[in-house]
Design a protein around this ligand. Structure first.
Ligand SMILES: N[C@@H](CCC(=O)N[C@@H](CS)C(=O)NCC(=O)O)C(=O)O
Length: 279
């Protein structure tokens, strides 16, 4: 044991000064911190989000639907700056009590529908428009298998590996080892699956690809946590082949720009209200 060994006290208390990225917004309590209504635009769908891997799953799906000429899928995308606590406004919490982006309001019917959890949004939109999710049978189950795989697995990549490798105030060997091992196992699961199918759930591009690509596709393309060399991502050739194919889709290129508030100026797009915003 070394002098960084931690002995938990009998009762955990909140140390707001614990450091690390996001320490200023992390809290052990739910609910809103301030009164503020959400803006509402003219389209049937109102998205409140940020271009993180969880956020772009949904903007990619919207752009794929629009790419197919489905104009009923027009949406307004509003920027939620999570480092500034926008996810704790009364308006945002009213849509998503979990205070995490993305949050979506479907205003296309008689009654407004609040949707939170990116996976739930993908299913809601795919079912509504009858695209990217087979209506029934084993093909539908296979898409759902991989969608739920992503929702269960990515927290190990983001909250586990990414947090300790990229964001924690100090580097600790134990958690980095534990989560690097799990993430490499997950990449191997994907690599073996993609060895004999074009897309994650079979021959057809689906919401499972849209969910998995922003996390594991970004990882093997070297744009997540600067961890490509550390995790030897070149080993996962089938994942790389699939990730590059998905990245080349015009709708994906547009989707990853929506609600992006960092990086080169010309890659940013704080809000999206029409196709013209991409020009
Ligand atoms: N399981 C959720 C995860 C959402 C999530 O973790 N969002 C992060 C950004 S990627 C967030 O809003 N973080 C702000 C916070 O934790 O306060 C989903 O897929 O929608």
């Amino acid at each position: 044991m070394n002098d960084t060994t931690y002995t938990p006290p009998k009762v955990w208390t909140w140390d707001a000064e614990s450091g690390g990225n996001f320490a200023n917004i992390n809290r052990p309590i739910a609910g809103s911190t301030h009164e503020k209504a959400l803006p509402v635009g003219e389209h049937p769908f109102q998205l409140y989000s940020l271009a993180t891997p969880n956020g772009v799953k949904v903007t990619i799906l919207f752009e794929e639907l629009l790419e197919q000429g489905i104009t009923e899928a027009e949406y307004d995308a509003w920027l939620i700056r999570i480092t500034e606590g926008d996810q704790f406004s009364s308006g945002f919490v009213g849509v998503n009590p979990n205070s995490k982006i993305p949050a979506l309001v479907d205003r296309s019917g008689e009654t407004e529908v609040n949707i939170f959890e990116s996976g739930s949004m993908l299913v809601h939109l795919a079912e509504k428009f009858g695209k990217f999710l087979p209506a029934s049978g084993p093909e539908r189950t296979e898409v759902m298998n991989w969608l739920f795989w992503q929702m269960g697995s990515a927290p190990f990549l983001g909250g586990g590996f990414g947090h300790f490798y990229a964001y924690a105030p100090e580097k600790f060997e134990y958690p980095i080892n534990r989560y690097a091992m799990e993430v490499k196992r997950q990449l191997d699961v994907l690599d073996r699956t993609l060895a004999n199918r074009k897309f994650i759930a079979g021959d057809e591009y689906s919401i499972a690809d849209m969910a998995i690509w922003p996390w594991y596709g970004a990882l093997v393309r070297g744009v997540l946590y600067s961890a490509a060399e550390f995790l030897s991502v070149d080993e996962y050739k089938n994942v790389k082949r699939w990730a590059d194919e998905v990245a080349a889709r015009p709708a994906v290129k547009r989707g990853i720009r929506v609600n992006k508030s960092w990086g080169d100026e010309d890659t940013q797009m704080h809000e999206r209200h029409s196709a013209a915003d991409f020009d």
